[in-house]
Every structure is written in structure tokens, then in C-alpha cells.
Ligand binder design. Structure first.
Ligand SMILES: NC(=O)c1ccc[n+]([C@@H]2O[C@H](COP(=O)([O-])OP(=O)(O)OC[C@H]3O[C@@H](n4cnc5c(N)ncnc54)[C@H](OP(=O)(O)O)[C@@H]3O)[C@@H](O)[C@H]2O)c1
Length: 212
């Protein structure tokens, strides 16, 4: 799985109030959209889906749109959202605790596919990732937010990082690109090899691979 991060210099993906458009410049965003076309599916957490109301499409002529996947324990995504309204054009798959009820029905009528999976507190990441694989998703692009990224790091599911870093500072109250990992020992920190660095306008694009 690839983790895509578009952050400030201090690793923040949004202000405390949720504002995140736009941290990186146009060249980074264009490259980010190309990355989408290279993957079978994109995944985001429910907060990103609800707060940003994203389309998660490639929007580049001739480039395919991947499946759009949301981890949404309590089915917070609105049938009015950009994702739900375009589900017949580009698939939207939601992993959730309960796929019965009126909202689930409304989403399904719009073409959204619901996967009911075990959720103690949140969607059980390992089970959902296995279900994605079973359904033909062999390459996945994680586009945030920090909370979902932390979950995937904790189950060691990240193989590559594509990090777009803008020359701005958002401070400690900003939302982190990687949420809490509750790590107690530096020796347990996951290590990545930097395989490439390039300039994209004012931004830096760093590429990393997991050391296993
Ligand atoms: N700069 C960027 O490139 C970028 C990219 C993406 C997002 N953002 C910003 O990031 C912010 C949202 O990030 P966030 O960290 O608050 O939230 P997030 O990671 O988008 O979503 C977290 C939510 O996803 C749901 N979830 C379901 N299963 C989960 C699992 N196994 N692990 C983790 N979460 C799971 C949970 O909500 P439920 O319990 O309701 O299911 C959880 O609270 C927004 O402000 C957005 O604008 C920025």
C-alpha cells in the first residue's frame, strides 16, 4: 500500500479547524492525481470523507479513476456527498459496522457498495484490507487522514510513502499527517528508505520504501 501525504514542513495536513485546501502547490496536486491513476483503489477515513467532501477522481484525460473506499464505522457519509452522488460513475465502497437501515439503503440505491465488517471501536483494518484484496484490489493509495494512516502503520500495511511537502509551517495545533501511534520505544519505530527526492515548484516530493 502507498501512503500519500501532502503536508506542511512540520508534517501537518490541516489546521485544527479542518481547513486543508490547499497546503501544497498545483504541481504536487497534479502529481498526486496521477498517483491515483496508478492504483486500483484510494482509501480515506470517515473524517476526510465528511469534512472535505472530496471527489477522489483523477481528472486527467485518458487516466483511469480508481475505486473510492471509505472506512466509515457508523456510516456518516451523506447520500448528498460528492462521493455518493457519483457512485454509478466511479465505484464507492464503504466499510462499515452495520449495512442495514435507511441510510445504508439510500446509499446503496445511489450505487454505493457496503461491506459489513467487524468493528470493535473502528473498522477492523486487517479484515477490511483482506476483503479489498479478495475483491481484486491489489494496489491501494491511502490519502488520509492522519488517524487512518496511523491505523495502517500500526498493522504494518504501508510499503511506500509519497510525501509532498510545502514550505509552510502550521504548528502543533494543526492535524498531523500521521496520528498517534502510542510508541514507547524508539527501536520499534518503522523505518523507511528514501528512494527519491525532487522539486515540484516550491514543494519537495520525497519517496520512501519500507525497510523490512
Ligand atoms: N493535506 C492532505 O493531503 C489531507 C489529506 C486527507 C485529509 N486531510 C485532512 O485531514 C483531516 C481528517 O483527518 P483525521 O485524522 O481527523 O481523520 P481520518 O483519518 O480522515 O478519519 C478518521 C476516522 O475514520 C474512521 N475509521 C474507521 N475505521 C478506522 C480505522 N481502522 N482506523 C482509523 N480510522 C478509522 C473513524 O471514524 P468513525 O469512527 O466515524 O468511522 C475515524 O475517526 C481533515 O481535516 C482533512 O481535511 C488532509
Amino acid at each position: 500500500m502507498t501512503l500519500k501525504l501532502a503536508t506542511s514542513l512540520d508534517g501537518k495536513i490541516a489546521l485544527a479547524n479542518g481547513q486543508s485546501e490547499w497546503i501544497t502547490g498545483e504541481k504536487s496536486r497534479q502529481k498526486g492525481r496521477l498517483l491515483r491513476a496508478e492504483h486500483d483503489a484510494i482509501v480515506v477515513g470517515a473524517n476526510t470523507a465528511v469534512l472535505d467532501n472530496p471527489q477522489l477522481t483523477t481528472r486527467i484525460d485518458g487516466q483511469p479513476d480508481p475505486i473510492r473506499v471509505i472506512f466509515d464505522t457508523t456510516l456518516r457519509l451523506s447520500p448528498e456527498s460528492n462521493l455518493a452522488r457519483t457512485a454509478t460513475l466511479t465505484p464507492v465502497w464503504i466499510f462499515t459496522r452495520d449495512s442495514s437501515g435507511a441510510k445504508a439503503k439510500a446509499l446503496e440505491e445511489l450505487g454505493v457498495r457496503l461491506f459489513e465488517v467487524p468493528c470493535s471501536d473502528k473498522v477492523e483494518a486487517v479484515t477490511a484490507l483482506q476483503a479489498l484484496k479478495t475483491n481484486g484490489v491489489n494496489s491501494l493509495l491511502l490519502e488520509g487522514g492522519g488517524t487512518l494512516a496511523a491505523s495502517f502503520i500500526q498493522c504494518d500495511a504501508i510499503d511506500r510513502i509519497e510525501w509532498f511537502r510545502a514550505p509552510i509551517l502550521l504548528g502543533g495545533d494543526g492535524r498531523s499527517g500521521i496520528g498517534a501511534l502510542n510508541m514507547q520505544d524508539l527501536n520499534l519505530a518503522m523505518r523507511f528508505n528514501r528512494i527519491d527526492v525532487s522539486e515540484l515548484g516550491d514543494d519537495l516530493h520525497e519517496r520512501y520504501e519500507r525497510v523490512r
